[in-house]
Design a protein around this ligand. Structure first.
Ligand SMILES: [Zn+2]
Length: 254
């Protein structure tokens, strides 16, 4: 019933997971479910995402599209499990669109071979559409337009921030990153900008901390900023933080 009341021009997000790599605070890895009429998109799909879907009475058959910010296990490690179930249990027939930095298919061949030897047929059995994104190129998808920007994180993981234009509303996500000028473009005019904030004051080449984000806040021209990917240090000091933080299983309507 609720679904029919949602207008296409609203962003309806369900937070399936918002932890850092180590499930700090007992939370699940990154995955945001973008709900549109008859179309569900996951933004990132960390290793705990199959659990998150089941906890929300869903499974991979309910997902039409997955957008991946980068190749770290807490952001895409759930895929081998989802795909295995889709192929062997759910007998999936509906196309699943996978949008990511270049090279996802080759990575999945390796992952499936390592985690489930003998499951070589999973990728060929499933109706998968692999789409590689490229920085600066606006991609028109069925239900949204997508632009991505490089960010400052482990280079080998091909890190990006993403911007989804959903019928004129903009949802953007930093991915994993330390401060990078592209965050200004990613956040610009967004109705909701979800920004990683792994640490409170600890400095890292690969992640933001609250002290830095607070200093840069005036450059981020989003209508609403929420933070995610909180580590133990951040969780301990969350009362001192003025940005609202994502909560697991939270529903967000913007
Ligand atoms: Zn990462």
């Amino acid at each position: 019933m609720v679904k029919e009341m949602i207008e296409e021009k609203e962003i309806h997000l369900k937070v399936l997971g918002c932890s850092d790599a180590f499930c700090s605070g007992g939370r699940r890895h990154t995955s945001f479910l973008l709900k549109q009429q008859n179309y569900n998109t996951l933004i990132d799909c960390g290793a705990t995402t199959p659990l998150a879907l089941k906890a929300n009475k869903m499974n991979s058959n309910d997902i039409d599209c997955i957008v991946l910010s980068h190749f770290h296990g807490d952001h895409y490690g759930g895929l081998p499990f989802l795909l295995l179930e889709a192929a062997k249990v759910l007998n999936r027939k509906k196309t699943l669109t996978l949008i990511s930095p270049p090279g996802l298919k080759q990575r999945l061949v390796v992952l499936l071979g390592a985690l489930y030897p003998g499951s070589d047929d999973v990728l060929s059995t499933l109706p998968l559409q692999f789409i590689s994104f490229e920085e600066g190129v606006e991609m028109q998808q069925e239900k949204f337009n997508l632009r991505v920007f490089k960010v400052q994180h482990t280079t080998e993981s091909q890190p990006h921030g993403v911007r989804l234009d959903i019928g004129g509303k903009v949802l953007s996500f930093s991915g994993d990153t330390a401060w990078h000028e592209n965050l200004i473009k990613i956040a610009e005019g967004a109705d909701l900008f979800i920004c990683e904030c792994n640490f409170f004051e600890h400095q890292s080449e690969h992640h933001l901390n609250y002290e830095v984000l607070k200093k840069k806040e005036n450059l981020l021209k989003a209508k609403k900023i929420m933070i995610t990917h909180l580590g133990e240090e951040m969780l301990k000091r969350i009362e001192e933080v003025h940005f609202p933080a994502l909560e697991e299983d939270q529903e967000i309507l913007v």
